[in-house]
Every structure is written in structure tokens, then in C-alpha cells.
Design a protein around this ligand. Structure first.
Ligand SMILES: [Zn+2]
Length: 919
């Protein structure tokens, strides 16, 4: 009993060392113990023993006293199994055992990959080995192997890996096969089938022959999107081959057995099926276990999940995916065009989760703090870093995923107090799967340290910004490019799209410390407040970076949604502490440390930026009452196209080269008469989009609509009503024109199928802003800004949805707003109004008259829409009346101040409605 305890203590001590080992440079683990004696023979012996599956052979490798312990037998029962066909052992690292003569004892951390025919499993084992004495008896080893195991522990194990191959001896003739799943039916009157079997059942099926697919999404919104793709609300088309992945336990229910008849294999049929298999199998559920195996390995789809790849003559390759765990469980994807055609929740899913969702609903853990230490060699796209993530389990956790770009190799993953974890990468998914040796409970914390490096290109401007990567103007701007004398100075942005640091599968608010090292000719800006001047590194300190490289430290004390780093040649144009209006919420003094950095050639253009930014920040703070982040760097970079990107603490503004401006003018979000509009939009993202995030892609309008509306309010504040009117006119025009493309709630998917990002901007930006404008007018100034502040304070440093916005405004106004948001955000329709007016004399007065303004809604559904009517008098004066149209017929009577010469309706363009003037 005493001995048993001592063994465990010893392991615990080794585990603690192991953490240090894991966190130490990965280089050490890669080339273990140059001077240490080789353990190759020991490992070969261990491999042979594991393959033999004989407990007695394994026990012979232990020290006699360890072999005698019950724990040893338990280890054998769990880890030495029959039927192992292949084993690979890889040493991850080793440390000398303390109090053991040099070269006589080590703690070795091993990856043990075992295959049982087509199934595989990876475990990490921690073994203490000695070649001198048995530590428990003090007796030296005499006979048998040189090295003995004196302590052992399995740290992690990941099973469920499979090698897939089409069964070379099984072919089926298909007769009248029908495969039905949610909203999709495949029929194949006659053809061939081949299968891949894991030993636990069939997981892959290849069908060949002329079949038909029939796909009909359930909602009218999705049917509308499908029509944009195929011209019809149902996609009915032929296919020539299909590749299906399914969990073996679901196979029989999905594929009716009577439609398959086994026959002798035709080689040519097999080869053709093999081609289909080779094309599609690597596209999904493939995992990467590094150099542990030369074979390709897959995991099984979860139960109830399904993937179908179809070759169709009309639409190339279509992929249907059913993923039960996702909030939107049905997806139809066009592989060739890389487009999501349909993404939605099935009727069954809606029953369980309700109408709205947050991407946070499915997370397994919450990141509570980021600590990053990253070296960049921007010109070589090189990223090398260490990330320390403090995580808290949201549910009981053992297996979980971390997002990281596929391009970045993981050198090591260490969990504090646990030791090294073995990452399984999932190619094409930008994720790694990690397994904790013992599951932790909801609420428990775990700190992960991840070392990683690789070639990862910087991002083009993000989708959150005004000009996305696939802007349709790109080609024509290249055409005019030759007029630019020298190209723009390059800048390198790593932000929310490149997965340049380990992160959650969803955006996750947390404070952060970011240490960034860049070569001497670069400057860096990152999410956070820069603490002091950069430190120059020389000699050993520069660690593989050129001498004189600079190390920056940025601290983000308030939670930020994601981390960003921007590198270029910058000069600092301004830096000051700015006093902003007092907080209306906490009555604290709002301040921000504002600095402006610019590419040297843009120095002059940047000079006024500081004053302009101050004015905008001040205006916003007066409206919202708060500033979310204590510092902001406005970075002016050169670029061929205008654009911007605004992570927390940063507003990157692309100063376009002249030629592209001409093309930019036809964009829905370019406002020629409001030169600060764009800057104002980007700055507003510190509040909208950063401090208040969005629940999922559907809610992106909260970020873009608010940024756009606040920029418009700033234009009115600084430039007056005429400029504001011009902005409204343009926003309305685009929103009216594109509204039938889908509801604002579709987010990035607007214009996605057509490949026209202007549709996205017209609706998510402009229609979103117009909706807020109408709400503002329905509620009035005071209540509207009360609602804005309520919403902002409720959702600060969190995600938000349209429902949160509705509730905040309903609380301050006591006006029900469900219909308002349903119509404008969740539907495609717009109000259609008939307007008439009539002058009436008021009885019992001496000639006093009123004008009766009458609006009738001509659509089946009723809307809430405020409309401005302008009464013009013969004297030249005029009067504006705002009519809140909410019923089928709305009539208001307005006393006249003279004799009317004209009545105009919606001349301020603030009503997002078709209005027919029937006078
Ligand atoms: Zn934006």
C-alpha cells in the first residue's frame, strides 16, 4: 500500500516536470536527448509487445515491484489488447528522473498509435524507465531487458479513427433505390453500388448510374435563395454519381436493402467507383495524425449526420450536409462555386431550439483570457507563436475542438497540471481535436499552451469591412491599375478570418495580452493598448528573428471579440489622450488614448485624421454615453481599393490609390458628399460589432446597420440636413432596389449566390441603417437613444441578436415591436402606400381649415412606417408633418397655417416604402 502511494506520487512529480517539458521549446522534444542513451531498442520491444497483445510479455517489461501491483494489471487490461495489427511509438520528449544517477532513468512521453485492422487509436503514455535499480526495492535489475518500466500512466486516448477503402470484393446492382432524408430525395432506378465498411458497418457508399435528386427547403426565404441559384423553389436535377457518408448505425435505415443485390465485381465498375471515392472521400471527416501513420484516416459522421456528394451534369458538384449538432442543420453547398446555396434549420431542429439561436448555445468551453506571444516575418508569411488560453468548461468536457489555420503546424499542446495533449488535425476545417485524459466538469478551468508555426498569408480586407475580398469591381480596377505610378506599400493584416492564433470555434469575448515581434523595418498595431515603446531585440533575445527586431506588447483589459495584428511601415502622426463627454450611464469621465499611424507617403493625408476622429468619437460618446475600449489606433494604409477593417482598438483605413475611386462611386456605401462617412462608419464599429457582437451571421446587420446609421447621424451633425438627405436618398434607393433579394437577416448570404457584394451592402448596411432610422422616427429622439443605451449596456462585451434589440426598445418605449422587426429584418417585403390629402374647413370656425392626410397600406401585411409630408404654402413657407403609418388606413388632420400650394410626400427619403401619390 505504501509502495503504491509512492509510485503515484512519483508520477505526479513527473507530470509537473512534463508540463515544463511540454512548454519548453518543441525543438527539444523533436530531437530528444542527443547525448542521452537511445531507447530505440526499448521502443521496438514495446511495439512488439503491444502487437502480441500478451499481458505477460508486457509485465516482463516492468520492474518486478511495479508488475506486482494491482494498478499495473489494470493498466495492462486497458491497454494491452488482442487484435492489434500495427503499432507506432513516437517519443514526444524525455526528462531525467530526479535523484537517479545520470543516464540511468528517464520520464518519457510517448505517442502510441495502434491499428486494429481498419480502426486506429492514438494514446499518450507517460512512462518512467530505469536501467539501474528497482526504485521500490532498491535491487538492481539482473536478467531480462536493459530498460524497465518503473511507472506508467496513460494520459489521453483518442479512438474512432478508421481507414476507408472501397470493398474490392463487394459490388451491388441497384434497382429502384430511393434515399430520403430531410428535404432531399435521391432516386436511382438502376445502377451500381460499392461500399466501404469499417468492421462496424458501412460508412461510405458510392452510387453510379443516372439518378435524380430532389431538394426542397422548407422555408420560403430559403426557397427564394434556391430560386436565385436554380430558377425554381425546388432543385430537381439528374446526377451521374453519388458519394455518401453516414454513421454505420444509420446505414440500414437510410439505404433500403432490397434495392441492392450483390453481384460479382466488374473491374471496370470498381475502378470508376474508386475514382469517385478518391475524389470525394478526402473532402470530409478526414483527420491528420501527423507522422504516426502513412495512411489516410477518417472519423465517422455522428449518428443522424449525413453527407452526400453528387456529380450533376447541370450544377457540377453539389454537397448536401445534415449536421444534427448545428443550429442550422441542413446545408446545400456548391463546391465548384464555393457557395452556400441553402443553410437553415430543419423543421425538427426548429422544434427543439426555437426560432432564434446564438452560436454560443453549442460551445463546450468559454475562453476567459488570451496570452499570445507571436513572431511575424510578414514578407515570408511566417507566423510562429505560443498561445496560452485560459478556458472554462461550459459543459462536461473531454474531447473538444480548437480552431487554428490548417497552414499552421502545431508543435505542442500542453494542459496545465495535465501534461501534453495530442492534437488531431482535421484538414479543410482549420481545427484540431484535443482530448483530456479525464473529463472535467462544467465550470472547471483548464489552461492550454499551444506552440505553433507555419506559412500563413495575411488577410485581404475582412468581410466585416466595406470592400470585401471578392468585390465584383476588382477586375476593372486592375484594368486601370497601370495609371498608378508605384504600387501601394504593403501591409499585413492578421485578424478574424485567418485563424492565426488558437481560438474557439466561435468568436469569444475575453481580455488579452498580445506580444508581437516584427523585423526591424516593420511597425505593429494590435488589439489592445500598447504598453510602452517596442523593445529592440539583439543576439540571443531575437530568437531567429533579424537583429534589431521589435517586440511590442498590447494589453486589452476589456473583453474583445477577436484578436488582430496589423504590420506595415508606419510613422506615428499623432498620439494623445482625448477627453470625451461624460458617461450618461456611470457618470464617469470617458477618455481614450488616440493615436494615428500612417504609411509614410500618407503622412500628409493622415494629419487631419486625428482631429476628425476626435470629433466623431466625441459625438458617438455623447449619444451612447460610453466608450468601450481605452485606446484606439487609426491606421492609414495604402491600398488599391478603398476599404477598412475595425477590430477592437484599431481602425484600419485603406487609402485608395486614385484610379479606383472612379469605380467605387457606383457602390451603395460610397457617399460622395460626406467625406468622413467612411471613417465614421469604421470608428462606430468600436461600439457596434466589437463591444456589442452578434449572435450569428444572421445578426450582422446590428453591427453594419448601426455603424452605417451612426455615420449618417454624424454627417448630419457635422454637415447638416442636406448632406443627410443625400445619404438617406442613396440608402433608400439601394435598399428599395435590392430588398427582394432576401431579408436583411440572411447576412453574408445576400448577394452570395449571385456573387454581387453590392447586394449585401445595400441590404445589411443600408437597409439596416434605414430600419434604425425609421425606428428612431417612430420612437422619437429621447426614447430612441434611451433604447440605444439600454441595448448597448445590456449587451456590452457580449453577442446580441435582433431579439435583444427589440426587447431593449420595448422596455424603454412600451411599444410592441415584434411586427416592426419581423417585417423589415426577417422578411423581404416593403410597405406599399397610397397617399391622398384633402383640405377641409372646420365647422364652427371662421374659415379655419385643416388638411386631412390619408395613407392606405396596399399590401396584405401591415407595416409600421413613419412618412414625412411637407406642406407648402402659397406664401412660400412650408411645414413638415411626420405621419406614423401603422394601420390599414391612417388619417391625420393638420391645421393649416395658410393656403396650400403643394403637398409633397417622402421628400426626405426617410420612409422605406413605395408611396403612390394619388392626388
Ligand atoms: Zn462596417
Amino acid at each position: 500500500m505504501v509502495n503504491y502511494l509512492r509510485t503515484n506520487l512519483c508520477l505526479a512529480a513527473v507530470l509537473a516536470i512534463c508540463v515544463v517539458l511540454g512548454a519548453n521549446q518543441a525543438a527539444r522534444a523533436q530531437t530528444p536527448g542527443v547525448t542521452a542513451p537511445p531507447l530505440n531498442q526499448f521502443y521496438q520491444q514495446l511495439e512488439r509487445t503491444i502487437i502480441s497483445g500478451r499481458a505477460i510479455a508486457y509485465l516482463a517489461m516492468l520492474s518486478p515491484s511495479l508488475a506486482a501491483q494491482p494498478s499495473a494489471r489494470q493498466f495492462v487490461r486497458r491497454n494491452i489488447l488482442a487484435g492489434v495489427t500495427n503499432v507506432t511509438i513516437k517519443e514526444l520528449g524525455r526528462l531525467p528522473l530526479s535523484d537517479v544517477p545520470e543516464g540511468q532513468g528517464y520520464a518519457v512521453l510517448l505517442e502510441v498509435f495502434r491499428e486494429q485492422r481498419l480502426a486506429g487509436n492514438v494514446a499518450t503514455w507517460l512512462l518512467n524507465v530505469r536501467r539501474d535499480i528497482d526504485p521500490l526495492t532498491g535491487q538492481s535489475f539482473r536478467d531480462g531487458p536493459e530498460w524497465r518500466i518503473v511507472g506508467q500512466q496513460r494520459l489521453t486516448q483518442v479512438g474512432g479513427l478508421f481507414r476507408l477503402e472501397l470493398h474490392p470484393e463487394r459490388q451491388y446492382i441497384v434497382r429502384n433505390l430511393t434515399i430520403s432524408t430531410t428535404d432531399l430525395t435521391l432516386t436511382l432506378p438502376q445502377g451500381m453500388a460499392f461500399v466501404a465498411d469499417t468492421g462496424q458497418g458501412i460508412t461510405a457508399l458510392v452510387l453510379q448510374g443516372e439518378g435524380e435528386m430532389d431538394f426542397t427547403p422548407t422555408t420560403s426565404v430559403e426557397q427564394g435563395q434556391l430560386r436565385l441559384f436554380s430558377g425554381d423553389e425546388t432543385l430537381r436535377t439528374t446526377f451521374t454519381s453519388a458519394f455518401i457518408r453516414v454513421n454505420p448505425s444509420d446505414f440500414d435505415a437510410l439505404v433500403p436493402q432490397q434495392a441492392l443485390m450483390e453481384r460479382t465485381v466488374g473491374m471496370r465498375d470498381y475502378e470508376r467507383a474508386q475514382e469517385v471515392f478518391d475524389q470525394y472521400a478526402p473532402e470530409s471527416y478526414l483527420v491528420d495524425i501527423g507522422d504516426l501513420s502513412a495512411e489516410a484516416w477518417w472519423v465517422l459522421p455522428n449518428e443522424r449526420d449525413l453527407l452526400i456528394e453528387l456529380d450533376t451534369p447541370h450544377y457540377d458538384q453539389l454537397t448536401y450536409v445534415k449536421s444534427d449538432r448545428k443550429a442550422e442543420d441542413i446545408q446545400l453547398f456548391d463546391r465548384e462555386g464555393k457557395r452556400n446555396i441553402s443553410v437553415y434549420a430543419s423543421s425538427e431542429k426548429l422544434l427543439t431550439r426555437g426560432r432564434f439561436y446564438s452560436e454560443d448555445d453549442l460551445i463546450d468551453y468559454d475562453i476567459e483570457n488570451y496570452d499570445l506571444d507571436v513572431m511575424f516575418l510578414p514578407r515570408r508569411d511566417w507566423v510562429e507563436g505560443r498561445a496560452t488560453l485560459a478556458m472554462r468548461a461550459v459543459r462536461d468536457l473531454s474531447l473538444f475542438s480548437i480552431r487554428l489555420a490548417d497552414e499552421l503546424a502545431v508543435e505542442s499542446v500542453t494542459a496545465e497540471g495535465v501534461g501534453r495533449l495530442f492534437p488531431i488535425r482535421t484538414p479543410g476545417q482549420n481545427t484540431m481535436i484535443l482530448n483530456l485524459p479525464e473529463s472535467i466538469s462544467a465550470g472547471d478551468e483548464v489552461t492550454l499552451t499551444i506552440d505553433y508555426r507555419g506559412e500563413l498569408p495575411a488577410e485581404a480586407v475582412d468581410h466585416q469591412s466595406i470592400v470585401p475580398r471578392n468585390l465584383s469591381l476588382l477586375d476593372s480596377s486592375r484594368f486601370v491599375h497601370p495609371t498608378i505610378r508605384s504600387g501601394p506599400q504593403p501591409h499585413y493584416l492578421y485578424s478574424s478570418r485567418s485563424f492565426w492564433y488558437p481560438q474557439s470555434l466561435v468568436t469569444d469575448f475575453a481580455p488579452a495580452t498580445i506580444r508581437i515581434t516584427v523585423p526591424p523595418d516593420f511597425e505593429a498595431v494590435a488589439s489592445g493598448h500598447r504598453s510602452g515603446a517596442p523593445r529592440e531585440l539583439y543576439g540571443e533575445e531575437s530568437e531567429g528573428m533579424p537583429d534589431g527586431s521589435k517586440e511590442y506588447v498590447f494589453e486589452a483589459e476589456q473583453p474583445i471579440r477577436y484578436l488582430a495584428a496589423l504590420m506595415s511601415g508606419f510613422v506615428q502622426v499623432a498620439s494623445e489622450k482625448v477627453q470625451l463627454p461624460m458617461s450618461a450611464i456611470t457618470s464617469k469621465q470617458n477618455r481614450i488614448a488616440l493615436s494615428v499611424e500612417a504609411n509614410p507617403r500618407q503622412r500628409r493625408a493622415a494629419r487631419s485624421l486625428s482631429e476628425r476622429a476626435k470629433a466623431i468619437l466625441s459625438f458617438y460618446t455623447s449619444l451612447i454615453g460610453d466608450v468601450p475600449y481605452e485606446s484606439l489606433t487609426v491606421a492609414l494604409v495604402e491600398s488599391e481599393l478603398p476599404g477598412g477593417h475595425s477590430p477592437a482598438h484599431i481602425s484600419m483605413i485603406n487609402e485608395p490609390m486614385q484610379a479606383s475611386n472612379l469605380l467605387w462611386r457606383r457602390d451603395p456605401v460610397y457617399f460622395m458628399d460626406a467625406p468622413d462617412f467612411f471613417l465614421a462608419h469604421e470608428l462606430a464599429h468600436q461600439w457596434w460589432g466589437q463591444a456589442v457582437g452578434w449572435n450569428n451571421y444572421h445578426e450582422q446587420w446590428l453591427s453594419e446597420g448601426f455603424a452605417q446609421y451612426f455615420a449618417a447621424l454624424h454627417a448630419r451633425h457635422s454637415q447638416g440636413d442636406d448632406v443627410f438627405r443625400g445619404i438617406m436618398r442613396q440608402m433608400r434607393e439601394w435598399a428599395m432596389q435590392q430588398s427582394d433579394q432576401g431579408p436583411v437577416y440572411l447576412g453574408y448570404r445576400l448577394g452570395h449566390i449571385q456573387g454581387d457584394r453590392r447586394i449585401f451592402r445595400a441590404l445589411v448596411y443600408n437597409k439596416g441603417a434605414m430600419v434604425l432610422r425609421m425606428l428612431h422616427r417612430l420612437l422619437g429622439d429621447e426614447v430612441f437613444f434611451q433604447g440605444v443605451r439600454r441595448f448597448y449596456t445590456d449587451r456590452q462585451y457580449q453577442k446580441a441578436g435582433t431579439e435583444d434589440l427589440r426587447v431593449a426598445f420595448e422596455q424603454v418605449s412600451s411599444i410592441p415591436l415584434t411586427r416592426f422587426f419581423d417585417r423589415y429584418i426577417h422578411s423581404t417585403g416593403l410597405p406599399d402606400l397610397a397617399f391622398t390629402y384633402r383640405v377641409e374647413t372646420v365647422p364652427d370656425t371662421e374659415g379655419a381649415s385643416v388638411v386631412k392626410l390619408r395613407f392606405e397600406q396596399r399590401t396584405d401585411e401591415l407595416y409600421d412606417v413613419p412618412v414625412t409630408v411637407r406642406l407648402r404654402y402659397t406664401t412660400g413657407g412650408s411645414q413638415n408633418v411626420v405621419v406614423s403609418v401603422t394601420d390599414r388606413v391612417t388619417e391625420v388632420r393638420v391645421p393649416l397655417a395658410g393656403s396650400l400650394s403643394r403637398v409633397d410626400v417622402n421628400r426626405d427619403f426617410e420612409a422605406l416604402a413605395r408611396i403612390v401619390d394619388k392626388n
